[in-house]
Design a protein around this ligand. Structure first.
Ligand code: SF4
Length: 181
């Protein structure tokens, strides 16, 4: 159905912050997302993201490239094709979330950043105004911290980012997570 390839690159946090992070322009995308202010991993945050970055010297960026089966590429995102895309992304995000938690627990003074929103609960308690249900497992979103994903993919991983365009399965897509330390 699909194959994955994980690549990890280490960058200086101050370099990533100056060259790849644009909090305001990412926020424009976040505002259009249904998870904006409705998932504890996502903006709006009650802290300054730059101040968090500045507490850490390094950032390991995890890129998981998901290559879809050529027979599915270009399929309209409906029925089986939609299920393939959703299942693959959900599974790989969950795996990366868990891996980053494990890396965080084995490295002193580190902080994991997960791909996209937190999906540990069926519906995030932020929607109903409650506190996070699993604060020991949930983490903030890599994208929510303002990293430009297209620039990160091409500038750091030398892979052009591919998105779902015209509601069709792309050749591949990439999910990102990180570990600050
Ligand atoms: S653990 Fe549950 S309540 Fe907490 S951010 Fe994740 S989905 Fe929301």
């Amino acid at each position: 159905m699909y194959t994955t390839k994980k690549i990890i690159k280490t960058v200086k946090t101050r370099d990533y912050l100056s060259d790849y992070v644009n909090i305001n322009s990412n926020l424009d995308y976040c505002i259009q997302c249904p998870n904006y202010n409705r998932n504890w991993a996502c903006p709006v945050y009650d802290f300054n993201v730059e101040e968090i970055f500045k507490k850490y010297r390094n950032l390991d960026i995890y890129a998981v490239k998901i290559d879809f089966d050529s027979k599915n590429v270009g399929d309209k995102l409906e029925g089986e094709a939609k299920a393939i895309l959703r299942k693959s992304l959900d599974k790989e995000k969950r795996l990366l979330h868990n891996e980053l938690l494990s890396k965080e627990s084995s490295r002193h003074n580190s902080k994991a950043l997960i791909p996209n929103q937190c999906k540990l609960c069926k519906g995030c308690s932020r929607i109903t105004g409650g506190d996070c249900v699993y604060p020991n497992k949930s983490r903030y979103s890599f994208e929510g911290f303002g990293g430009d994903l297209e620039k990160t993919a091409s500038g750091i991983f030398n892979i052009p980012m591919k998105w779902v365009i015209a509601n069709k399965i792309p050749e591949y897509t990439i999910i990102f997570g990180g570990l600050l330390y």
